[in-house]
Design a protein around this ligand. Sequence first.
Ligand code: LLP
Length: 421
Amino acid sequence: MKAFDYQNDILCAGGIPVPEIVAKVGTPVYIYSAEHFRNQYKTLQDTLTSIDSEIFYSVKANSNLDVLALFKKLGAGFDIVSGGELQRTIAVGCDPKKVIFSGVGKLAEEIDLALKVGIGCFNVESGSELDRIIERAIILGKQAPISIRVNPNIDPRTHPYISTGLKENKFGVSTSQAMDLYRISKNNPHINIVGIDCHIGSQIMEVAPLEESLTNLLGLAETLRNEGIEVQHIDIGGGIGVRYRDEPAFDLKNYGEILQKKLAETGLRLLLEPGRFLVANGGVLITRVEYLKHAESENETNFAIVDGAMTDLLRPSLYNAWHNVQKVEQVNQKQAKQWDVVGAVCESSDFLAKKRVLSLVADDLLAIMSAGAYGIGLSSNYNSRPRPAEVLVDGGQFKIIRRRENTRDQLRLETYQAENN
Ligand code: LLP
């Protein structure tokens, strides 16, 4: 069964009619398919059966605790980038050894927590970060497992905001700097070198840049070995692109074959940090049409103003990302028109979709597709809007995994006290 499909012209999530969920939870609401998440995980696992490999779900893609618990149950580890994400993995009872910590700006307190709980690996992104990790490890009397994140200066041919493996990007260090950092680490009793790391970008649609990056890492592993520095793993990062529209799919089979072939020759363990691949197409954002604002003339824009906005799904505004928009109920189709689907936020950058041909009336429910990755995570309270609820569908049942925010949630951190007058 597809995660989201139509039965009698009504969009269903895991077999449950979306209007049924909306009747209980309201809109805007994120709906996720547990089955899709599991299938994606298994598909990825199945492409890597011949080598020693491990999947570390990239928490930032969708960090809801129920989503993390689902992946933990499948045996996943977690790729984190903050103390908050570490706390989330702890909250779902993840073995800290199955956590790897990436990110250019790790704070001392985050490093301390990671050292205390005993995470599997710090993916170190600079010399000064290495110094700080050593300093914290000395203070705490610990040994830090590390890999150095290499920036191989490879163009992943994706949106510039999510490209991370070019020299101009802030991530990682060059191969020669990495060599220096490994040399510094080699004889330090507070450091345990465990791997080499890389992540060149996100929503990568071609295998070639990832292959090039792997070749680079394996070359480095070889050079290190010649200097008596042995690593146990190669972390190729995440980045596997998904289909949002009709773009040619990422050739996962080919990627798997390349990874297996190249890793088999070395006997090294492979780590992957996928986020989007596992969750993007397993989520939709359901929103309701509040108003229709018709253009005065043919060549002007018609606006469908909905109760979801850039605060709920930022990807269209931030990356000009294209998400398919479907009517939840495909009944009573009147004549279709071209619409910009926009939110209530006071910015012209607030749109969910532009120029979509849809047959709309006020009150229609719309599904913004492929919203399972970097949807709720990028949401905000701008315009004092409450974040949407999140629902997980599994085995013909649905459950609210995050309730809708209310105004009290938003005001609770502010300290204002009304004057007595
Ligand atoms: N590992 C590291 C170190 C990362 O920085 C990321 C994503 C991943 C793994 C997972 O990448 P994925 O498999 O999901 O491509 N907000 C953007 C995407 C930002 C990606 C940031 N890093 C979007 O909505 O497209």
